[in-house]
Structures are given as C-alpha cells and as structure tokens.
Write a protein that binds this ligand. Structure first.
Ligand SMILES: [Zn+2]
Length: 348
C-alpha cells in the first residue's frame, strides 16, 4: 500500500528530509525510486534521485509489494531492528539505578559498541550516556518545579550528591544552576536593562551565568512576573559589557554570537530544540519539521513549535530562523515585523 496519497505538505516534508539526509527520519518512511527499482532510508548516502521518480512508502513491506528491492547501501529493512534495540536500551536506561556502560547496552542489543552508538544517536540525537544524563536532568527539573529544597530534588533524581548534579548540568546543558530557577528565582540576582535598538525597545536580563531573558517591548514588570522571587537590579558597569555584546548581536544578527553566555532551562527536548536553533547558520532557515527531526523526534513537530515559542532568549537562540514548510514566516512572539527584519539583515 502506498504511503497514503499523503497530503502534499507531508510529502514535501518527506522530500526535505531526504534532501537533508535526515537520519532521524529513518524508519518513519522509505523512499522508493521508480527509475532504479530500489527503496532507501531517507538518509541514504547515495546520490539523490529526481523528485518525479520518487514515491514515499510507509515501510519496506509496502515498497516491496510494488516490486521494489531494498537498497544494498543503506539496508532500509534494518531500521525496525535498530528501533527495537534503541527502545530496549531506552527502557533499560530509564529503569537503571546506575549509568549503564555502552558496551553492556550494545551487547544486549547484539551490536558492536561503535555501531550501537551510531544507531542510538540516529534515533535520539544523543549518545546513550548523554541521553541518560539528559533524562536525569529532566527528572530533576520536574522535581524542582514543586516547592522543595534543591538538595532534596537532587537526591530524588538519583544523583549521588550536589557536586555531580552541577557537573552534569554545566557540561551537557545550556545551563542554569539549579537554584536560579527553583522557587521563581529566589536567592538569585538578575541584572537588567531596557535599551533602544533599531528593532524597538529591548529588554536584556542576565544572571551571573548569562543572559536569561531577551525580549522586545517588555520591561521590569514582565521580568518580575517571570522571576517573582529573584532580586532584580538595574545593570551596572559589569553588566554593560555583556549588554553591549547583546546589542551588537541584535543589530548584526549575521555575525557569530555563540560566545555570549546564556542562562536558560527547559525540558531535555526543549533544550535539544534550542541547541538545534543555535546550529542554524545566519542567513538560513529551517522548518519546524526539520527542527523536530534534528532534535531527535521527527514526529514532534508541534512540540518543536512549542519549544520554539518557549524560547526566553530571542535572537541569541535564533527561533526567528524557523519558518513554515511552505516558506511563509509562521509566528513570532514579538511580531512578524521583527522576524522579517532579522531574517532580512542576515540574508543580505
Ligand atoms: Zn539506499
């Protein structure tokens, strides 16, 4: 059965995944090539067929039913076995008390460690050990949302002690220390300023770790609502140096601003989305579907859109570089005028 004369938009998304050799799309569909009689994973490394020769199928069985043969180069029929192995590994990681060694996970799946690491990363966007760390971080973030002491949350999430908790966060995540986002920012000082820019009034707020909020047409009242228990302080001269870098980034978004420190937090998936946004080069755009796939879950297009919208640091986490599959701008928290202007500045 052909992959359901699917609506044009999702076929467009599939074709984009093929063009991007998007490994995260493997197992979601196969690409049948009528001119050669074979079918491939979306990520197949072989030269791309012409679009008019391509038909999409739900899986290998559907492709074989029309007489197509599996590609020898990308072995599209192994995807299901890979997926089972990955799901089994995820279940093991979730229930394990200790971090599991890659060699053990691989042996359990019947793969070599190197091959298993590739297969796992293709499905989740992370290595098994990074996945385990992100899972623990997400569990502690959830625990922190209830009113409880940070140290309680740390032990509840299964860490042996505070030092390992902070180490895991600073190495793997965009980074906010635990106490900055528990209890509405209680005990944390946030410096802020509202400055005029060519895009309008801009609010910049930062902890001593980095920028925690960049928005337009907002002031200290909105900031206080977001961090109700933090101490808000108008920026001093130390803050001015950071502020100058941020203003420069907003005025020239085509320049590299990866050096500006950020202080944000989200779920593991939100942070994966934000990391992918930071990887979009200036002057380029991605679709929500591409971001979802790059963040490790191609079916989570809507969640990728929400993560995009939950971004607290405009411009520096360039959520304006995500547009609709059909090329229209989609939404933007601060209005399409600003989004259009940022994209124009980057493309010229
Ligand atoms: Zn192939």
């Amino acid at each position: 059965m052909e992959a359901k004369e699917a609506d044009a938009e999702s076929d467009t998304g599939r074709w984009q995944a093929v063009l991007a050799r998007d490994r995260a799309s493997d197992g979601r569909f196969v690409t049948g090539v009528l001119s050669t009689g074979i079918y491939c994973r979306p990520s197949c490394a072989a030269r791309h067929p012409r679009r008019e020769n391509v038909r999409f199928f739900a899986d290998g069985a559907a492709a074989r039913a029309t007489g197509l043969r599996p590609c020898k180069r990308c072995s599209p029929d192994d995807v299901a076995r890979d997926e089972r192995a990955v799901l089994a590994a995820i279940a093991a990681i979730k229930s394990a008390e200790q971090l599991l060694a890659l060699a053990d996970l691989a042996r359990f799946a019947g793969y070599s460690p190197a091959h298993f690491q590739r297969v796992f990363a293709r499905h989740t966007g992370l290595s098994p050990s990074a996945y385990a760390r992100a899972l623990r971080a997400e569990r502690s973030a959830q625990a922190l949302t209830s009113e409880q002491r940070v140290t309680d949350a740390i032990y509840e999430a299964g860490f042996s002690g505070p030092s390992r908790f902070y180490a895991a966060n600073t190495q793997e995540r965009l980074g906010m220390t635990a106490s900055a986002w528990v209890n509405g920012g209680a005990g944390v000082t946030i410096s802020w300023a509202v400055v005029p820019t060519s895009l309008g009034e801009m609010l910049v707020a930062a902890t001593d770790k980095g920028v925690c909020r960049l928005s337009f047409n907002e002031g200290p009242d909105e900031l206080a609502r977001r961090f109700p228990r933090a101490e808000l302080a108008e920026g001093d001269s130390a803050f001015a140096a950071l502020l100058a870098q941020v203003v420069a980034a907003v005025e020239r978004p085509d320049q590299d601003f990866a050096h500006i420190p950020l202080d944000v937090k989200g779920t593991a998936f939100q942070e994966a989305v934000w990391r992918e946004l930071r990887r979009i080069p200036p002057g380029e755009t991605r679709s929500y579907a591409q971001i979802a796939a790059a963040a490790g879950n191609p079916r989570a297009v809507r969640a990728a859109g929400s993560a995009n919208g939950a971004n607290n640091v405009a411009v520096l986490i360039p959520c304006h570089r995500v547009i609709r599959t059909d090329g229209t701008l989609g939404g933007y928290a601060y209005g399409l005028e600003i989004k259009r202007e940022l994209l124009m500045r980057e493309s010229s």
